[in-house]
Design a protein around this ligand. Sequence first.
Ligand SMILES: O=C1O[C@H](COP(=O)(O)O)[C@@H](O)[C@H](O)[C@H]1O
Length: 261
Amino acid sequence: MSSTPQVVVHRDKELMACAVAARLITKIVDAQAARGSASVVLTGGRNGNALLAAVAGSPARDAVDWARLDLWWGDERFLPEGDPERNITQAREALLDSVPLDPARVHVMGPSDGEFGSDVEAAAASYATELAAAAGPEDHGAVPSFDVLMLGVGPDTHVASLFPEHPGVRESVRTVIGVHGSPKPPPTRISLTLPAIRAAREVWLLAAGEDKAGAVALALSAPGEVQAPASGAYGRSRTLWLLDRAAAAKLPAQLYPPASS
Ligand SMILES: O=C1O[C@H](COP(=O)(O)O)[C@@H](O)[C@H](O)[C@H]1O
């Protein structure tokens, strides 16, 4: 790994959501101060949505210049626009509809009833083109250097829509792929690949709950990324595992400082 993972353990998932929200707001404000704008990759799933709701409920959210923020997604369920299972639908409800974002900077992965119809490969290729257009000469390849890229960790160690032993986790060329036959419904999805994820300055992996304890312990025990995709997700300057105690329960204590709370 190019950046050794750091582990932070919070008392429970509610405190974790508030603490990560505070961390995210600070990171966005700092990036906007340093570079004029910020770019963040959102995750779906329980922890991703709880985090967005915590940002929405934080008075500090007004410190963010929402119009100078680019939002991207790590993955999306390939369903019709507005479907309640789509990550964008859930993110809008949790936060996005309540802050003054620039719609042109909200980079949504295509729905199954959009301009590409049911052609998930075309929708994935279109997102790759959008990412490449946003990358500058200072970036590392065909994706921007996201300030923060967040990933929920599934109980099987999947991140984004990259599942253990699935073809997508082996992708080394494309930045975005169509996913077929996902073991978690719905079966058809769009996902960033590991090379695209690793373009981020910081990668934050989120896991809460006892059903994640085995996955967290496995991914941090340095297996191959094909067996445990979360172990292949790291940032260029920082990789943070943000957990609650239940998700950290099977980790060796030396992996995180006892002062984490
Ligand atoms: O389906 C998905 O699952 C993962 C993990 O979700 P969780 O509810 O187990 O935390 C999520 O990161 C991904 O974005 C989503 O599409």
